[in-house]
Design a protein around this ligand. Sequence first.
Ligand SMILES: Cc1cc2nc3c(=O)[nH]c(=O)nc-3n(C[C@H](O)[C@H](O)[C@H](O)COP(=O)(O)OP(=O)(O)OC[C@H]3O[C@@H](n4cnc5c(N)ncnc54)[C@H](O)[C@@H]3O)c2cc1C
Length: 382
Amino acid sequence: MKQYTILGGGIAGLSTAIALKQKGIQATVFEAAPAIKPLGAGLLLAANAVKGYQHLGIAEKIIARGKLLPTFSIFDQQGRVITSADAAKIGQKYGLHNFAIHRAELHEALLAELEPGQVQTGKRAAGFERLSDGGLEVRFADGSTHRTDYLVVAEGIHSAIRRQLLPDSEQRYAGYTCWRAVVETPPSLKGLYVASETWGPDGRFGIVPLAGDKVYWFACVDAPQNDPVRSIFKVADLQQVFCRFHQPVRDILENTRDHDLIWGDIIDLKPISKFAFGNIVLIGDAAHATTPNLGQGACQAIEDAVVLADELGKNTDPAEAFVAFERRRMERVHFVVNNSWRLGKIAQLSQPWLAGLRNILFRLVPESVNERQLKALLEVDF
Ligand SMILES: Cc1cc2nc3c(=O)[nH]c(=O)nc-3n(C[C@H](O)[C@H](O)[C@H](O)COP(=O)(O)OP(=O)(O)OC[C@H]3O[C@@H](n4cnc5c(N)ncnc54)[C@H](O)[C@@H]3O)c2cc1C
């Protein structure tokens, strides 16, 4: 029996392990973290991701842990609507849309679908060798090795295996840095069902209600990469940056403690033109990390899981399945990466007159244009 190995126990790795299991393939997952802990912030999953989990038969269990949000709106800093999308209407065409979940809840739901011991933690892959019998040997940072026939690389944007395969692959800094947190919903926002972003010249602030009276927020501000000043920002510093933003933003920051903050620069992977390398395939952020502006990184990782399993079911030679996967996914994920990059530049405009002009133009975008963009993002090929 041929052995399959998945490197990385994030959304891509765990979703793929589930999808492969349904095709009768029991893959071992090696995860670098010493334990899979309830870390991270929130996540919005769009209709294409929900479709992916429906395809795998696990959508109901995941939806039960999160919150479906009927609307997504973009506001200016005074709280006036720039644009708004009706998730219920979108849902009629593309299926359940605008679903918010805490990352820890999603991880728990995915892990529950796997066999005990299928995910081995504390195993950071450092590299691989091709063996004379056609197999692969993965080397781990702890000095141990593992032999496998097929390798699915889901290690995220900093993937060690991708760097070995494609030493020239490049991470790009988007020009803005980001804070995230999950906090108790402030009293003024109880019963909030609108996911939103607020765009102002000083930055961008996203609010996503979660299940259990929690709210996930993120804030993006233009800054140099690895800025030592921003890296030690406290809530009080963010309150100063966003002091001109409408009340919900200020109330949420008021409810946030310094230790709630998760900080990181926004980076993506400059599009690469190869995911399949014989008996190795790259998926998720390891293959196509995107900026978060379209909320599609995890959604595309979930699509990867479904498409990879589908191709392994259709092709007798797994290496051919990996090539078929690459063919099916490449154009779509590049579309997401490129459009998300562009949207980020527009959303982060910091000159007040340009930001004002942008808001006017966004309000004028015809329904048919929005509809075309949604179709391109939300329609799946499975
Ligand atoms: C601020 C922000 C907000 C976002 N919001 C959304 C959103 O709302 N909706 C959405 O769809 N997407 C969103 N994304 C994108 C989403 O988080 C990623 O696309 C998604 O997590 C990718 O999953 P992954 O499993 O490919 O990679 P990761 O989540 O990075 O997981 C990789 C896993 O591999 C492990 N690992 C790393 N190196 C090794 C190694 N050498 N050996 C073994 N294991 C290793 C890591 O510990 C990790 O567990 C957001 C991203 C950011 C930065």
